[in-house]
Design a protein around this ligand. Structure first.
Ligand code: SAH
Ligand code: MG
Length: 218
């Protein structure tokens, strides 16, 4: 049970989405077997949809893991995106690099090794889509950099913002997760109270928050 939506709804939606094929199926099977956290199916389907309508040329991802969501977003763009993805764990990077090579994404996906907090201040290019999926307790620290790196009409999608429902209910909070939960609440409050931004919090997967700049066109 995800703690976000009722199980029968999740099962039904997953049934509609159906099975991945090819590289995504291979990576999904690996992630299941090795307990690597990758985006949940509903979030994968949402990312596909967003990439299809937004057609981002440049994507920044925080948290590569084995490269599943990077590859998924590149496929969704028909190969018409360049993805920069940040990961700090060497063993994850080794696996992701191998996947990117083996499945032919080396011209499209570049991994930057290091902590997001070290790497983000060094980036200069702007991105159309930023997918935040690393270091749940640090979204508040990452966000100002992400906003600076975001193209005018860009979109930031943050994963795991409801964190098994704990963010929405004190009754669900495990003691050792309290810091992450508090910080995530601060993150969502900040997003939703910023008049320059428009944010929608969506209860799919582990909860996502999708943010863009307010439309100020006349
Ligand atoms: N986006 C991936 C899953 C990422 S899981 C997918 O859906 O396929 C989160 C990853 O972020 C983990 O591999 C973890 O090692 C990495 N991570 C966590 N905190 C980080 C940080 N502060 N800087 C860089 N990487 C981080
Ligand atoms: Mg996630």
């Amino acid at each position: 049970m995800s703690g976000i939506v009722q199980e029968y709804i999740v099962d039904y939606i997953r049934g509609l989405i159906g099975e991945d094929t090819g590289v995504l199926k291979d990576l999904e099977d690996y992630a299941t077997k090795e307990h690597v956290p990758i985006v949940q199916k509903e979030v994968a389907s949402f990312l596909k949809f967003m990439v299809t309508i937004q057609k981002p040329k440049k994507i920044l991802e925080l948290g590569t893991a084995i490269g599943y969501s990077s590859i998924l977003m590149n496929i969704a763009s028909n190969g018409n995106s360049i993805i920069t993805t940040i990961e700090r764990e060497r063993d994850m990077i080794d696996i992701a690099e191998k996947n990117i090579q083996n499945y032919g994404f080396e011209k499209k996906i570049k991994i930057l090794e290091g902590d997001c907090l070290e790497i983000l201040p060094k980036l200069e290019e702007k991105y159309d889509l930023i997918f935040m999926d690393a270091g749940k307790g640090h979204y508040n620290d990452f966000f100002p950099y992400c906003l600076k790196l975001l193209e005018y009409n860009g979109i930031i999608i943050a994963d795991n913002v409801l964190f098994r429902g704990m963010v929405a209910s004190d009754e669900l909070v495990q003691k050792r997760k309290i810091t992450i939960v508090k910080r995530m609440r601060t993150y969502l409050d900040m997003l939703c109270n910023n008049n320059e931004l428009v944010t929608s919090v969506i209860p799919i997967g582990d909860g996502i928050a999708i943010t863009t700049r307010r439309n100020t066109d006349e």
